[in-house]
Write a protein that binds this ligand. Structure first.
Ligand code: NDP
Length: 247
């Protein structure tokens, strides 16, 4: 078994964040969970503890940089370090640009891009001091391909990849021994579609996910494997798609 790590996860109240938290805790890691829905976080922490795992949570809105700083500090204050940050918080309210859903655009930029940046900002100083760490950012296949209706979401996920690659070069130049991993999933069955408010697009996406979507456990396993790689090697980018998904 690999050594126990301290792992902070945003967007931990459902989907990829929740599944990763449960799997990583079951493997003996200490997980610190952040999201906005307290009931969900409480229940996940209770489940992990009932399974003899170590977990705690803090209410966190990733659009608030202070919240994210506090989440990371909670991990360091409690366990003395932060080994891994998983930036999983995200939303996907697709719509055509002509609909001018400016609030949705702003939310996606604030959560998907700024939330990821705030996480990096919060974790990096500790990881630099430790001269070790790993930052895992969740992008998407939509960060590689853009389609009608997904302009802003794709732009945010492209941004996550650009930020991650710049970060990778910076920490490599610094010799700080910090690993950077981008995980770009395809159609994964989670609560993500609940953030799609356009009724026509939502129906189309629901049909697509019903046909192709795979279990969120596949992504959790991928993340666990990326963490468990020896420290002198990093998976810098992973696309994990359903085998039958065309694009
Ligand atoms: P879910 O909707 O199941 O999970 C999203 C998580 O983000 C929830 O825990 C939610 O918690 C959290 N979240 C949303 N807004 C905020 C916020 N302002 N502050 C803190 N947390 C927030 O979807 P997924 O697990 O699928 O999504 C996780 C990531 O994976 C996202 O970045 C998504 O874009 C990406 N992704 C997902 C794919 C899929 O097919 N499922 C495909 C490609 C990428 P709460 O509401 O409690 O705050």
């Amino acid at each position: 078994m690999t050594a126990s790590k301290v792992i902070v996860i945003t967007g931990a109240s459902s989907g990829i964040g929740e599944a990763s938290a449960k799997l990583l805790a079951a493997k003996g890691n200490k997980v610190v969970l952040g999201a906005r829905r307290e009931e969900k976080l409480k229940q996940i922490v209770e489940e992990i503890k009932a399974d003899n795992g170590e977990a705690l949570y803090q209410l966190t809105d990733v659009t608030d940089s202070e919240d994210v700083e506090k989440l990371v500090k909670l991990a360091v204050d409690t366990f003395g370090r932060i080994d891994v940050l998983i930036n999983s918080a995200g939303i996907m309210p697709h719509s055509p640009l002509k609909d001018k859903r400016i609030n949705d655009w702003d939310q996606m930029i604030d959560i998907n891009i700024k939330g990821t940046l705030y996480g990096i900002g919060a974790a990096l100083s500790y990881m630099n001091e430790q001269k070790a760490g790993q930052i895992i950012n969740i992008s998407s296949v939509a960060g590689h391909y853009a389609h009608a209706g997904g302009a802003v979401y794709s732009a945010t996920k492209w941004a996550v990849r650009a930020i991650s690659e710049s970060l990778r070069e910076e920490v490599a130049q610094d010799g700080s021994n910090i690993r950077v991993t981008i995980v770009s999933p395809g159609a994964i069955n989670t609560e993500l579609l609940s953030s799609v408010t356009d009724p026509k697009l939502k129906k189309n996406y629901q049909q697509f996910y019903d046909s192709f979507g795979i279990s969120v456990d596949r992504v959790a396993t991928t993340i666990q494997q990326a963490i468990d790689l020896p420290a002198d090697a990093a998976w810098n980018e992973i696309i994990i798609r359903p085998t039958k998904q065309v694009q």
